[in-house]
Write a protein that binds this ligand. Structure first.
Ligand SMILES: *Cc1c(COP(=O)(O)O)cnc(C)c1O
Length: 229
């Protein structure tokens, strides 16, 4: 009984995963883009290694976590079996966690102030690691939300390059929950163009197809794959 319930849950998980992959391909095609230009970052926060395993076995390798400590507790063991995992930090980073984040993640999507840029630059030098770096932009300029203000984004990317010696590969945003996300995705794409940044991490379970229409190169999808948290 226990076994077959678990089997059903795995089947449903894989069905949701393949459905999301299909939606991504469809949205890319509708936008006249190649599906290989859109990476699915499967967001695994709150889910443990056992819950994630079926998606790894299906061949998926790009994952996102929003807390350094939680990621440190589960990904080293999974990496031992799947060394080609690409792990993204998508949540806020404190400078006292910079060393751990640089050691653990292949992409840090939440660079949003000089103090963090400096701490990450120092650790990259020290550890000889070069995670990809995205700047998080607070496209709604919401008081409580992480991210660089829209008006500071281009200057901040330039400071990351010129003062902190960092290569910024992309911009990331989380639109306000109660607003139409389209204008936020358009704004992020526009800022990326102004700043000369090639990649765009935008779109979550509710709006990743819209984001692909606005040029997302990375969509961060959690609950549509793994279920409600
Ligand atoms: C949790 C989270 C996601 C995924 O959200 P879903 O709505 O479950 O797809 C994406 N991005 C960030 C930054 C998150 O924290």
């Amino acid at each position: 009984m226990q076994h077959s319930e678990n089997h059903d849950a795995v089947e449903q998980l894989l069905a949701r995963y393949h459905a999301v992959c299909g939606e991504i391909a469809g949205a890319a095609s509708n936008a006249g883009r190649d599906k290989s230009a859109v990476a699915l970052v499967a967001v695994t926060k709150t889910y443990d290694g056992e819950a994630i395993a079926p998606v790894l076995e299906a061949g998926h390798r790009i994952f996102g976590e929003n807390r350094v400590q939680e990621a440190a507790g589960k990904w080293p063991a999974l990496r031992a079996h799947y060394p080609d995992i690409e792990l993204h930090l998508i949540g806020p980073l404190q400078s006292n966690k910079a060393a751990e984040a640089v050691a653990l993640f292949d992409c840090i999507e939440s660079i949003d102030r000089d103090k963090i840029a400096m701490a990450v630059a120092r650790e990259m030098k020290k550890q000889g690691r070069t995670p990809k770096l995205f700047v998080q932009v607070n496209t709604g300029d919401e008081a409580q939300k992480a991210g660089v203000a829209t008006g500071d984004t281009v200057a901040f990317v330039e400071r990351c390059r010129n003062e902190h010696g960092l290569t910024i590969d992309g911009l990331m945003c989380i639109p306000p929950v109660d607003e139409n996300p389209g204008p936020h995705f358009a704004l992020l794409a526009n800022l990326a163009e102004q700043a000369g940044v090639p990649q765009l991490s935008m779109g979550m379970s509710a709006d990743y197809e819209t984001a692909i229409g606005f040029g997302a190169t990375h969509v961060r999808v959690g609950s549509a794959i793994f279920g409600a948290r």
